[in-house]
Design a protein around this ligand. Structure first.
Ligand code: HEM
Length: 311
């Protein structure tokens, strides 16, 4: 109806995510509702300052706060459920001046849609494809006519053994400018130092519903969880404004530094409710690309955040 279509697409996206989850759920995110937080630090590599003049990349160690999450707006989704993919990782770096910057990434290299409108088309197709709908269902038609969406759903990895054995991808590109004024485009990659380890289908079927959310704090009581933060550098001619355009694997990977998680966060649920990560909260030396999906994210996240706080 007209009232619905007059809403900004970012708000329609949040409404549709909520509807797909059979929500709203009081106090939870409209997407990536189920999560767990941890804290630690980030130490940049010697090379990082040559990529960007951003304050957290100049040598000193910064405190970090991290939230891992399952996909969907369902706060009770079992961690090994196929719909709980992709996993999410959100990182907040505290900067020397007391400000902060965020990285918000997923467990798949790529995105199913090139624009927020196209993403809404996919979500609406899923919403119109209930069990009673005859084939070809709207979602089947959408996937058949959108190769990037098909690639996304077919390359989803199985659930990880642990959040400490899961790799994450930035998907959206940013422009990194160093002190000499040289700019390069790149996409984040976060690689677990414990190695990437995923469950077989049989193993996934045996996990308890909260196995990942339970395992992380238990692990951190005994040992640290470390990740390398890398940047995949675009070649001239690589599309930096389209999150469905996956760059070839032979592109240069620069090491930006090491993220070390040391402790669980006390009262994770309350901490999760009150924090909103924002991929466009950026310091000097890092700027957004013109990727329309990236540029739509803060508005969608703010709608979800304001609804969560209003509860
Ligand atoms: C137009 C496209 C997108 C829409 C509409 C969307 C929507 C949302 C919403 C509504 C939330 C909840 C935010 C909150 O309440 O704080 C969220 C969280 C999240 N999104 Fe997106 N998203 C989009 C694209 C992406 C992309 C491209 C990525 C990663 C590459 C991503 C990764 C995440 C992660 C990891 C979270 C959880 C953040 C947290 O732990 O607080 N999203 N998304």
């Amino acid at each position: 109806d007209e009232g619905q279509s007059a809403k900004p697409v970012t708000e329609q996206l949040v409404d549709t995510l909520t509807k797909l989850a059979n929500g709203p759920y009081k106090g939870y995110r409209a997407n990536h509702a189920k999560g767990i937080m941890a804290q630690g630090s980030f130490t940049p590599s010697a090379e990082a300052a040559s990529i960007s003049k951003a304050p957290h990349l100049q040598g000193a160690t910064s405190p970090v706060l991290v939230r891992f999450s399952d996909a969907t707006g369902v706060p009770t989704i079992p961690d090994a459920d196929g719909n709980a993919m992709p996993k999410g990782m959100a990182i907040r770096f505290t900067l020397p001046d007391g400000g902060s910057t965020d990285i918000v990434v997923i467990s798949v290299n790529g995105f199913p849609a090139a624009t927020p409108e196209e993403f809404l088309g996919l979500l609406n197709a899923v919403a119109a494809s209930g069990p009673d709908v005859a084939s070809p269902k709207p979602v089947e038609q959408f996937l058949a006519s959108h190769p990037a969406a098909m690639k996304f759903v077919t390359t989803l990895k199985p659930a990880p053994q642990s959040f400490a054995t899961q790799a994450f991808y930035g998907v959206n590109a940013f422009a990194f400018t160093n002190a000499q004024g040289q700019t390069q485009y790149g996409r984040y990659r976060i690689v677990p130092m414990a190695g990437e380890h995923y469950l077989t289908k049989e193993e996934a079927a045996k996990q308890t519903p909260n196995y990942l959310m339970d395992e992380l704090p238990a692990r951190l009581e005994k040992q640290e969880a470390k990740y390398r933060i890398l940047l995949q550098i675009a070649d001239a001619g690589d599309d930096v404004d389209n999150p469905t355009a996956i760059w070839p694997e032979d592109r240069k990977l620069v090491e930006l530094g090491t993220l070390t998680l040391k402790n669980p966060v006390a009262d994770s649920l309350q901490a999760e409710k009150s924090i909103m990560f924002n991929p466009l909260m950026l310091p000097e030396g890092i700027a957004p690309s013109k990727d329309p999906v990236l540029l739509a994210r803060p508005a969608a996240y703010a709608v979800s955040y304001s609804r969560r706080l209003a509860d």
